[in-house]
Design a protein around this ligand. Sequence first.
Ligand code: ADP
Ligand code: MG
Length: 270
Amino acid sequence: MSDPIRGRGPKIISIANQKGGVGKTTTTINLAAALAEQGARVLVVDLDPQGNASTGLGIDPDDRGLTTYDLLLGDVAVEEVILRTETENLLVVPATVDLSSADIELMSTERRSFLLHDALRQPALDAFRLDYILIDCPPSLNLLTVNAMVSAHSVLIPLQSEFFALEGVSQLMLTVREVRQTANPGLRIEGVVLTMFDARNNLSQQVEEDARDNLGDLVFQTKIPRNVRVSEAPSFAQSVLDYDSGSKGAEAYRALAKELLAKHMAVAAH
Ligand code: ADP
Ligand code: MG
């Protein structure tokens, strides 16, 4: 990848939405795979105790020795927790259910909001020559998600095309504002991506209209369609790009990656 995008170090994007089941993990895995396919070097940090991103990227639970938990709360160097995946250029820091107690344990830690920030700024990470770090957040606005936002340059919000979807986004935006005011003034909204979109469904279209009216350019042009291949891929421990490269889901995540890269190229050129 060209250096202008990287600037100084990788671009760190948190994939967040406090609602569960909206497509955070699916977007993390497949956007990461699509960016890697375009030649970017990508690290996924699994910050959800459910560990679905790790599983979806083919990391067997038995192979998760050191995890995000150790990165945050153990005295462990970042290079010790990074695993390779089957996909070239795609690395992962896996998570296990251990992480579910981290939220509470973090409370009593001095730099509790900055632990992930500090971990992802370790000089040893330079050797991986990463272009992107994508952080898969848990379905909550807890201290783990705050750590993700404090460490990130931007937040990418998957929005499921359903009732009340936008209400959740307002709440999320408040948290983003709070993080800006306290710990990370430069935090940007990378964009909102419509997930599980069904063009034949009036509700999907209504949500899209409302989202574009309210959020304008923040909404990605690319929409991720509801596609059965996308939902099948994780049980084969593959991204949808590997599982069914020609599927509508794979094409959509490729388009999303291209839209993201084009935006970053444009910014880098300024
Ligand atoms: P979250 O991480 O926000 O909880 P997930 O990414 O796990 O959400 O997605 C929730 C469920 O929806 C999963 O079963 C996933 O396979 C399914 N899903 C996500 N995106 C799509 C899609 N585009 N088409 C079909 N199913 C999807
Ligand atoms: Mg998830």
